[in-house]
Write a protein that binds this ligand. Structure first.
Ligand SMILES: [Zn+2]
Ligand SMILES: [Zn+2]
Length: 195
């Protein structure tokens, strides 16, 4: 028999209380390709990428599987202004449903679609599974991906890098002049008559 996925539970073992730990190597694999993660230039399978810990109650109603509990962890990404390594903390409540793949709502049933289909809140936390194993990996991966804001910051008032010399303005100053407003550039060579 094929080896079960690392974060899977057998449908027939439910209900069950399970905990799962995610090491940094895996977290870094999951986040590979995300710009604010790649910007760190971290090695492949980076053990310092972050960690995750899920503590879940799992139960089934027929083939519908429900998972409730907590997800805690952290991950490291680059600050979107100064590229410094920035720690993001995850402390989330989990309440999701796993459905057999063939019972998942069709992709074209967009929430809020023009057909006036009712948006079911629960649809937002639906995951699919196949066969006898309920694989929780998509849920855990999503916890990490959704924890990253559009533009993460090392601190609220990060001053970023100087666009000319690249110095980190949080820890140093430079003498670069503010670039000329490009809209004014054509005027630069103009000799204005002195009054
Ligand atoms: Zn920063
Ligand atoms: Zn500068």
């Amino acid at each position: 028999m094929a080896k079960p996925p690392p974060f899977a539970v057998l449908l027939r073992d439910l209900p069950a209380h399970r905990t799962f730990d995610m090491p940094g190597e895996l977290v870094s694999e999951w986040l590979k390709g995300l710009p604010m993660r790649d910007a760190l230039g971290a090695p492949e399978a980076d053990p310092a990428a972050g960690v995750g810990h899920a503590d879940l109650e799992l139960y089934a109603d027929g083939e519908h599987v429900f998972a409730t509990g907590t997800f805690k962890g952290h991950l490291h990404v680059a600050c979107s202004r100064c590229v410094t390594e920035t720690k993001l903390v995850i402390d989330d409540r989990v309440q999701v449903t796993f459905l057999p793949k063939n019972e998942m709502p069709a992709d074209d049933a967009e929430p809020g679609g023009e057909d006036g289909a009712e948006v079911n809140e629960d649809d937002l936390d639906l995951f699919a599974y196949e066969g006898e194993w309920v694989d929780l990996e998509p849920l855990f991966r999503e916890e990490f991906v959704l924890a990253i804001p559009y533009a993460p910051l090392c601190r609220e008032d990060c001053k970023g890098l100087c666009p000319q010399c690249g110095i980190d303005r949080n820890s140093a100053t430079c003498t670069c002049e503010k670039p000329l407003d490009p809209r004014l550039a054509p005027l630069k060579g103009l000799k204005l008559p002195s009054a």
